[in-house]
Write a protein that binds this ligand. Structure first.
Ligand SMILES: *Cc1c(COP(=O)(O)O)cnc(C)c1O
Length: 362
């Protein structure tokens, strides 16, 4: 079988150039006589790999010097606990915005360690929009303010950061990190599981302002303390060596394409092709409020479940796979991360058009 256009929400497509490079280097990395998988994490060769991954990430995201970059395990989900354990250290209060299942999980976890104030929610309409934020409702002395910057399941994203004064903003960027330019200095902590837009599953990137490290609450397990990992350059224990290596290849790939600015343009072009089609279709419908639409995850529906299923099945036969929406929302979802080529999006839109013509002609 040929390679397909994989619209999976995660793990998801990786750039073909990255996969080929990893394949080339699979059995003998840079004349070391071994695979990266077989290499001691304490070796010079591996130290160079992780150092280069970090410096390339710093360069493409323009990460200021007073931020640490950590390569951790446990997925984005472990951050739901690490954030409160490390940051709930003054008022023991935090503000959260509930924009979907991932926010909800983060809220439930934080409640174990302190007082959580949910300042806004879009649960009333199945998270199809980003709620208005009213500064009056914010906790003045909150230890942090938490958002999920892109909501993978529902296809919404924050286009504006709330005005929180000195309170550090924590953002779960699992599904939109590296997709568009952001100003890292506006955040206290950014975290993201790699398997959506950065690399294979197994590594979670944490970008954290230095002053937020070192005041975890007493019960924090050693492995969940940011200080443990920042003091040891993410090598307190064995890091996910191969996942970091592949993520490093992805950072290099972005650099060679002209950085995040260039990637963002491509992402906007790709998303617009689908949104434009949805807005002009009399059959397909986008499910998200226009101003809050994601660049990465695009959910849409047909008038009946029968048609949804027919569409998903026929698309799959054409090599357009994993278009089924999340089980909690149904319909379809096209995840078009950085690695999805524009040809994949064009093929999808042509197929949607063809499907619509056939149904309308019946
Ligand atoms: C996928 C996802 C997660 C969960 O990531 P894991 O690495 O599987 O724990 C959390 N937040 C968002 C926004 C996601 O898209």
């Amino acid at each position: 079988m040929e390679r397909v256009y994989n619209f999976s929400a995660g793990p998801s497509m990786l750039p073909i150039e990255v996969l080929k490079k990893a394949a080339d280097e699979m059995t003998n990395y840079n004349n070391t006589g071994m695979s990266v998988m077989e290499m001691s994490h304490r070796s010079v060769a591996y130290q160079n790999i992780i150092d280069k991954a970090e410096s390339n990430l710093r360069e493409i995201m323009n990460i200021p010097d007073n931020y640490k970059v950590l390569f951790l395990q446990g997925g984005a989900s472990t951050q739901f606990a690490m954030i409160p354990l490390n940051l709930l250290n003054k008022s023991q209060k935090a503000d959260y915005v509930n924009t979907g299942a991932w926010s909800k999980k983060a809220i439930a976890e934080a409640k174990k360690y302190g007082e959580v104030n949910v300042v806004a929610s879009s649960e009333d309409k199945t998270y199809t929009y980003i709620p208005e934020l009213n500064k009056e409702s914010f906790t003045k002395d909150a230890d942090y303010f938490y958002i999920t910057s892109n909501n993978t399941i529902y296809g919404t994203k924050f286009n504006e950061l709330p005005d929180v004064g000195e309170v550090p903003i924590v953002a779960d960027m699992s599904s939109n990190i590296l997709s568009e330019e952001i100003d890292v200095s506006k955040y206290g902590v950014i975290f993201a599981g790699a398997q959506k837009n950065m690399g294979p599953a197994g590594v979670t990137v944490v970008i954290i302002r230095e002053d937020l490290i070192g005041s975890c609450i007493d019960i924090t397990p050693t492995m969940l303390n940011y200080k443990t990992h920042s003091e040891k350059g993410s090598m307190f224990n064995t890091p996910p060596t191969y996942s970091i290596y592949v993520a490093g290849l992805v950072f290099e790939w972005i650099k060679e394409l002209g950085g995040i600015k260039a990637i963002q343009q491509k992402n906007e072009e790709k998303a617009n092709l689908i949104y434009k089609f949805l807005d002009n279709s009399n059959l397909f419908k986008g499910t998200v409020v226009k101003k809050d639409r994601s660049l990465m995850n695009i959910p849409f529906v047909l008038p009946t479940d029968e048609l949804n299923n027919k569409f998903i099945k026929e698309a799959s036969q054409k090599g357009l796979v994993n278009l089924k929406g999340h089980r909690s929302v149904g319909g379809m979802r096209a995840s078009i991360y950085n690695a999805m080529p524009i040809e994949g999006v064009n093929t999808l839109v042509s197929f949607m058009k063809d499907f619509e013509d056939r149904i309308n002609g019946m």
